[in-house]
Design a protein around this ligand. Structure first.
Ligand SMILES: CC(C)(COP(=O)(O)OP(=O)(O)OC[C@H]1O[C@@H](n2cnc3c(N)ncnc32)[C@H](O)[C@@H]1OP(=O)(O)O)[C@@H](O)C(=O)NCCC(=O)NCCS
Length: 190
């Protein structure tokens, strides 16, 4: 069986009905800058809205380095019909001792509320259990970003509680809701 290092160093392409999840490449910079510059997209994530495409390119360089280092990786979310990159989804961290990991994601504003991130998260959860052999997959969202909680629920995660003032983001301490799905929620065999 492949180890998670093998998987992350050769991140595969995953297909859903409307999306392609694949490794990010430098030629995605324009598409990614288009939404990364939007303060509404950046409001509830840990990065600031990009002010130039150079920042997006630097971020892509970082992601490509992650692939080279076989570190927990991030996928570009591209529309299957046009190839346009509309967001990203990936692993924030992974602990093989506990076979657990956390997922994070963001999507361009014009694509919100069409079920895209739910579709992407479902594919990543399946990937986590089958290809990475994880036992627990977590995600968390700022409490005043309830749309993200809906995505987690629709992808089969359960809400485990609120972590008060868990993070300091954009000048304020923020409460976050923690969600997770465990292997026994979806699979018969451990
Ligand atoms: C949060 C985000 C990922 C959601 O992606 P999406 O593709 O729009 O999600 P989906 O369409 O799959 O589902 C969105 C759900 O939230 C619901 N929703 C939208 N706005 C809402 C709000 N203000 N309050 C409650 N629910 C809301 C939608 O109705 C939908 O639920 P439904 O299918 O039950 O009707 C997207 O808005 C985004 O990228 N935001 C910016 C970055 C971000 O916040 N990332 C997450 C950090 S934790």
């Amino acid at each position: 069986m492949q180890t998670y290092l093998d998987v992350f160093s050769h991140l595969p392409t995953l297909l859903t009905s409307r999306l392609t999840l694949r490794p990010v490449r430098m030629s995605d910079a324009e598409d990614m800058y288009e939404y990364s510059r939007d303060p509404e997209v950046a409001r509830h994530v840990l990065w600031d809205a990009h002010t130039s495409i150079h920042q997006t390119r630097n971020y892509i360089r970082y992601l490509i380095r992650q692939y080279r280092n076989a570190a927990p990786g991030t996928f570009a979310i591209a529309l299957r019909d046009s190839g346009k990159v509309i967001g990203t989804i990936g692993f924030m961290w992974l602990q093989m001792d506990n076979r657990s990991a956390e997922v994070g994601y963001s999507l361009g504003r014009r694509y919100w509320n069409q079920g895209y991130m739910t579709e992407a998260l479902q594919a990543i959860v399946e990937f986590g259990f089958t290809r990475l052999n994880l036992n627990r997959i977590e995600a968390q969202h700022e409490c005043d970003n309830p749309a993200s909680g809906r995505v987690m629920l629709k992808a089969g995660m359960q809400r485990e509680g609120t972590l008060r003032q868990r993070i300091f983001n954009k000048g304020r301490f923020v409460d976050v809701d923690l969600y997770a799905i465990v292997r026994s929620d979806v699979m018969r065999r451990p």
